[in-house]
Every structure is written in C-alpha cells, then in structure tokens.
Design a protein around this ligand. Structure first.
Ligand SMILES: Cc1cc2nc3c(=O)[nH]c(=O)nc-3n(C[C@H](O)[C@H](O)[C@H](O)COP(=O)(O)OP(=O)(O)OC[C@H]3O[C@@H](n4cnc5c(N)ncnc54)[C@H](O)[C@@H]3O)c2cc1C
Length: 747
C-alpha cells in the first residue's frame, strides 16, 4: 500500500450551470456515451447561476441508464434533516437502479451558508455534525433492522424514526475533506475520500492516506474498505498511473465541461491507464479481493472457505459484518444468519456459486429467488445462501405462441405487470411479492387456477444448474424426466436459472373481496366447499378465517377472481355463496390480473424466528372435516386458516405428468400458528381428512411430510431422478426425498 487495489473508475465533474438549462444534463449523457463510470456535480445551493444539485441529479438519472451519479460534494448544512436526505437518496437509488452515490461535505463557504439561512459551524462542529449525519443516514438505509432508529446527536437527532426504504445498493459515503479530523472520520466510518488535486500541496495525498489508514485500522477496518477518489484536470497518462499505483487513487474524476476534453480523455487516457495499472498490479500481485476489516472477519462462520469464493462472485458476496448484510440475511417469514450470501448476476455466476456450494457439502445451502418460501429454508444459520434476485428478466420469446422467458428472481407482481400490456396473464399465486423461482418449481396455486391450471402446467422448458455445476435444459423433448421432476419437486433437483412459460390471454376480471359472518363455522365451510366445486371454472376463490375476537362474530374473508368482464356474470357467480351467510363487507371490482398481483410491500425481508405453517390437500369439504376444522379454529392454536380452491383445470393434468401428484384435490388448506407443538397437536387430529400436502405451504420438517408430498410411486421415481442429478443430496435443505443428510458414496 498504498495501492488499495480498487477497480479503477473514471468520472466527470460537471458545472451545474442553469444557463442553458440542459447543458449539464447533456454533458452527463455524453459522459455515459463515452463510457465514463460516474457523473458528478458540485453542490452550492446559494449560487443562483446553478441548478439545485439534487434536482439536477434526479433529472440526469432519468435521462441516463448506466452511469453512476453523485454530488461532488453535497453541502450537508443546507441539505436539511439527514434522515429525510437519506430517504431521498434511497429513492433516487431505487429509481435509478442503484446508481446513486453519496458525496458529502461538512460545509465551507460559511458566509453564503449563513446568508441563506444555514447555521454557521466551527470546523470541529462541522466534523461532529457530519459524523452524526452519517450515523443517521446509515441507520435509515438499514431497513432490515426492526428497532426504530435513535441517534441522540448535538446537531442532528432522530428519536424512534422508521427505517427504510433500503436503497437498491449499498450507497457509499464519500467525503470531501482535507483536515486531520475529517480524515480520521473517513477512516472510522466513511467509504471514500474525495479531495481535489488542485487544492492539495505536495505530500498531502500521502499524509491524507496515512491518516485515513491509521484511523481505519484503529477502528478494526481494512484501509482498503475506503476508496480514494480524486478530482483532477487533464493530467498526463504517466501521472495518472503514478497516482493510481503510488497514491492509491481508484477513481479519477475529470473536472471539465468541454466535450472535446471529455472525449479525448475517454479515448486516450482511460484505456492507457487501465492497461498499465492492470499490468503492474498483476506483476506486483496486488491484493484485489474485497476488503474486510477485523471486525467483519471476526464474524465469519466456521466451515466456509471464504478465500475460495469464485472471483466472479467476490464483489457479489455478502458476509456478516458487511454493510448490506441486514438486507439479505432474512427472508419474508424466517430470520437467518447465513455465513455468506452469494448474489450471482447471470447463469454462469450461478454455476460458480453452485460449484462453491458443492465444495462445501456439509454446509447448509439456501436457494433464494423471491425469499417468500414458507418453510423459510432459503435462509439458514451459518450456511451458504445463493440469492437469485438479480436474475429477474422477463422477455417475450414468441408473440404468436405467447411464449415468455422469465428469470427466477422476478416476482409474480412484476410478471403480471409485464404481461398485462399484451392482454396476457400467467396463473401464479395470490401475492405479487412471491418469487418466480420457488413457486414455479413447486406448483403455483392461484386465482386463475381452476380455469388455467397451476403455474407449472404452463412451463414448457427450463434451464437448470445441477449440483455438479452442469447446465442442462429440460423440456418434454430434452431431459424429460428432469422436466417432470422440476414441476413439483424442483427445489431439490438443482437451481432453475430461467423458465419458459406459455401464458394465457386474460382480459378484465372480476375481483371479489367479501367478508361473511361465519359464526356457524362448520356450516359455512361446507357451503363454501359446495359452492366452489359447483362454480364454473372461471371462478377461483380462497377463504381465510382467523381467530375470533371476544364478543365478535367469526369472520370469514373470501377473495377470488371471476374471469369475466361482464358484471352480471360476476355477480351471478358470487350470489349463491352470498346467500349462505350474512355479508359483513363486500367489494367487487372490474380489474386487471396485474392489479390483483400489485398487492406487494417493497423492501428487504425482515422475517424473524421460525414460521409455523401446515399444509394439506382435500378432495371435498366434507361435513366431518368442516366440524373438525371448526373445532381447530375454536381451539386457538392457529391464527390463520385458509382454504384455497384448486380442481378444475388443475385436475385435467394426469397425475403422472408432473411431480405435483395430487391432481384430484379440490382444495388446498394452509394453517399458521406460533407454537409448533400446539399446532401439530391440533392439526394432526385432522389428518384422516387429508389427501397429501403442497410443499410450498409446509414448514414441518418431520420425515412423514415427504410421504405426504410425494406418495410411494412418485417418491420412488423422484428418488431415482434425484440420485442421477444430485447424488450427494446437495439440494437437501428444503424437502428432499433423500432426507436431510449429505450422501457421500452413492453409486
Ligand atoms: C405471502 C405469501 C403468499 C403466498 N401465496 C402463494 C400462492 O398464492 N400460491 C402458491 O402456490 N404459493 C404461495 N406462497 C408460497 C410460495 O409459493 C412459496 O413459498 C415459494 O417457494 C416462494 O417462492 P420464492 O422464490 O419467493 O421463495 P424462496 O424463499 O426464494 O424460495 C423457496 C424455496 O424454493 C426453492 N427455490 C427457490 N428458487 C429456486 C430456483 N430458482 N430453482 C430451484 N428451486 C428454487 C428453494 O428450495 C427455496 O428454499 C405464498 C407465500 C407467501 C409468503
């Protein structure tokens, strides 16, 4: 050191002049076209000839697609409450697809600041205020943490603020600074040092780096965690190389508004500097791994060879102690503390991730797409998680055949929205936040089910990464047995990296939300069952009952779709049930399927503890089952009791066609509670009424559940497939027919 080994980045420093108004925007667009990584603007909110920098950044974000954006640097004293500012930054980061970086300064130009209403601070006060602001900003962005945010500062305080939204990426905080206290602050809690070469005296860079490094080490950090940025003029290539290799500069920001200079620098200097620095680093053996300080390293988990993380994933790996860990550790319903989360960006990186996981056969492995797995096994404690969230593309392959290709990380809300423009829809679930990967490998029981079948019934092909890292395509023609298994038992066979579905034409639909007085619970459950089985296939409705509040009626909520745009038909379908019990509330609307699936809450998952969910499939709501269900509800062990309609088109598919075997069931039941033993006692008493279960709604890890999911003949077929594609049982964490142990010597 100091060559901190940071991947080189090049930016431009553009004057935010407002005359002509579009000039800085055009320069940023040009910078993007020329291949720069970063466009930055000074922030002088008291300067009438300048745009407001925040507004400008937002505008530029909308006019560009790739380039990252930052102020160079924001005038903190005039940017208001840090918590509000952090939220604005998170919004811009989300809107721009993770392209906003936070450049911050403590102040300066105090006469102008005071003249426009800001508070004059001494240099020491400025540092303290900046330190408090950084704590608040990071706290707001830490949306995974559930505790309300409290920072009792002298200059800025928050007292119980809600956290979030989480930005799209870990927004680095780069600080513009020269003086020792500021440099120490950067070493302690900053992510970058951003001085201007023009203001530096000989030796300042060396002294600054040393001060930052010393403070970083004292704080248990690796000095390489702090990027060194530098505003420069058009310097000779040799000087730039020297700055990178001897003074640690990782980001050069060219201060110019002249398009010709921008062009020349991009064409000549940037490639030459990159090439020379790369070559020298290779010959020096410069450490280019992702830096982590002692505090983060101390949190590493046993059994994981962190040094063996494939190079393609080093920048995409999140460990305990990393800033973004809070956003990836949990899923929707279960808390987790994985030892490493790998976030591949494409199929090749999934292969790398699987090979890494397979080299750690004993370590738990979670495969996560949308993170809504009810069993919660897409996170773990101390294991590996492969997070496929970045594989979220949705594309049309064949317009005439309505064939679409979808990545596992897309959510069903995104899919519904993307298909809606063509008047298409794909049978999925009832919640838009659920991921494609988990649901489309299990079944997909949703509001279009009785008319259009399960999600897996629309699958035409899938690309899968197997435990040995091979990538295979499965369809009716290729690897047909794997194609069979993926549709119902996909989670234990490999990782699907892309799905090809044939989708349906779906127009306006009736969306019904009715609340009934179901105090005569058994009778009402039976009425629902009879109505649902007799209803035409265009109608699919789910029923939810919760706990009964003292002195209140037992409420049953019905939510369902009638696939018709004719109001009379819709009402006609609902009427027979509406006559069965007093209606407490009713809402029936004509909507799009995408509206129904737009019911999501954004943000990282904040699940805690262990979900307790039990699943069953039933052919009919018999009087005996209805009575037993009413007793279950009255007993108080479950707080969520849901009956979902299947049947109809779902039952048209022959049992042996997919590894979802329970085609004769007309209903899927899911109950949830908080005390697993109590729920099991109550639920096991109902088992005589059941025909099997749907793995997506089950969190019970007892081996009997495997038999419920896959009856003997199916299980045998699945076992032989599993032994072919995953003989070591690598994908065993979420319902494997080979059990929960690693298998070492399977022939
Ligand atoms: C609020 C909510 C509503 C739901 N509604 C419905 C519904 O209406 N209908 C329905 O059928 N289900 C529903 N589910 C259940 C849901 O289908 C499953 O939980 C599903 O696994 C979630 O998928 P995910 O990708 O979000 O989950 P994740 O937690 O990311 O994954 C769950 C499991 O799926 C497997 N998996 C994930 N990605 C892949 C992949 N790419 N390749 C192979 N295996 C993979 C893994 O075993 C993983 O443990 C709901 C769940 C929730 C929490």
């Amino acid at each position: 050191m100091p060559d901190y080994g940071h991947p080189l980045a090049f930016g431009v420093f553009i004057t935010p002049t407002n005359s002509p108004a579009q000039a800085p925007v055009q320069r940023a667009v040009l910078a993007e076209q020329l291949g720069y990584d970063l466009a930055t603007f000074q922030d002088h909110p008291y300067q009438p000839s300048f745009h407001d920098t925040w507004t400008l950044l937002s505008w530029v974000a909308a006019k560009t697609e790739r380039i990252h954006l930052a102020a160079n640097v924001h005038n903190l004293p005039l940017r208001g409450q840090p918590a509000v500012f952090a939220r604005a930054a998170a919004s811009l980061d989300l809107l721009s697809g993770g392209r906003f970086e936070m450049g911050l300064g403590a102040g300066g130009f105090w006469d102008a600041i005071e003249a426009i209403g800001g508070r004059r601070l001494t240099p020491g006060q400025g540092v303290d205020a900046l330190s408090e602001a950084i704590d608040i900003m990071r706290g707001v962005w830490d949306a995974g943490s559930r505790e309300p945010l409290r920072v009792a500062g002298e200059f800025y305080s928050v007292n119980g603020a809600k956290r979030g939204p989480a930005p799209a990426h870990d927004i680095p905080i780069w600080v513009g600074a020269l003086k020792p206290r500021m440099l120490r602050l950067i070493g302690t809690k900053g992510d970058g040092w951003l001085p201007s070469l023009a203001y530096l005296k000989p030796g300042d860079l060396e002294r600054g780096n040393a001060a930052i490094d010393e403070a970083a080490e004292a704080a248990g950090r690796d000095p390489r965690e702090i990027r060194r940025l530098l505003n420069v003029g058009e310097l000779p290539v040799e000087q730039l190389i020297d700055l990178a290799l001897e003074n640690g500069t990782g980001t050069f920001i060219l201060a110019t508004d002249d398009p010709a200079t921008m062009q020349r620098f991009a064409a000549e200097a940037i490639p030459a500097v990159r090439e020379a620095v790369d070559a020298e680093r290779a010959s020096r053996g410069t450490d280019r791994s992702k830096p982590r300080g002692a505090a983060a390293l101390a949190q590493r988990r046993e059994g994981i060879d962190y040094d063996a993380v494939p190079p393609s994933l080093v920048e995409r790996a999140v460990e305990p102690g990393d800033a973004g860990y809070g956003r990836v550790r949990a899923n929707y319903l279960r808390g987790g503390s994985p030892g490493i989360v790998l976030r591949p960006a494409d199929a090749a990186q999934v292969v790398d991730a699987v090979r890494f996981a397979s080299a750690h056969p004993e370590v738990a492995l979670g495969v996560r797409s949308g993170g809504h797995g009810i069993s919660g096994r897409s996170t773990n404690d101390g294991g590996i998680v492969i997070d496929l969230g970045a594989l979220n593309s949705i594309e049309v392959l064949d317009e005439a055949q309505r064939l679409v290709r979808i990545g596992p990380g897309a959510t069903w809300g995104e899919v519904a929205a993307a298909l809606d423009g063509r008047g298409w829809a794909l049978s999925s679930g009832d919640y838009g936040g659920v991921g494609v990967g988990g649901l489309a490998t299990a079944a997909g029981v949703g509001y279009l089910g009785r008319e259009h079948g399960l999600t897996i019934d629309h699958l035409r092909a899938a690309d899968v990464v197997l435990a040995d890292g091979s990538v295979v395509r499965a369809s009716a023609e290729e690897n047909a047995e794997l194609f069979w298994g993926l549709r119902g038992a996909g989670g234990q066979l490999g990782i699907v990296v892309s799905f090809e579905f044939e989708v349906d034409e779906v127009g306006d639909i009736g969306w019904a939300q009715l609340a009934f007085d179901a105090s005569d619970t058994a009778e009402f459950l039976q009425a629902y069952g009879t109505w649902m089985e007799e209803a035409p296939r265009d109608t699919t409705a789910f029923l939810i009952l919760g706990g009964r509040a003292p002195g209140q009626p037992q409420v049953a909520q019905l939510m369902g779709v009638v696939d018709s745009s004719d109001p009379d038909t819709i009402i006609g379908r609902l009427q027979p049930l509406a006559e069965q019990a007093p209606l407490l509330q009713q809402s029936v609307q004509l909507v799009r399927y995408a509206d129904v699936m737009g019911n999501t809450q954004p943000g990282p998952h904040g699940g805690r503890g262990e979900p307790v969910s039990r699943s069953a499939l039933l052919e009919h709501i018999t009087p005996e089952f209805a009575e037993a269900a009413a007793r279950l509800l009255a007993g108080g062990a479950v707080h969520w009791f849901q009956l979902r309609a299947v049947g109809g088109a779902v039952s048209d598919v022959p049992e042996g066609d997919t590894a979802y075997p329970h085609r004769s069931a007309n209903f899927a039941l899911v109950v949830m509670g908080s005390d697993a033993a109590r729920v099991d006692d109550a639920f096991d008493a109902l088992r005589e009424h059941f025909e099997g279960l749907y793995v997506s709604f089950e969190s019970d890890t007892r081996p009997e559940r495997i038999d419920d999911a896959w009856p003997p003949a199916v299980r045998e077929r699945l076992t032989s497939l599993k032994l072919q594609v995953d003989p070591g049982n690598r994908f065993r964490d979420n319902f494997s027919v080979l059990g929960t142990e690693v298998l070492r010597h399977v022939e």
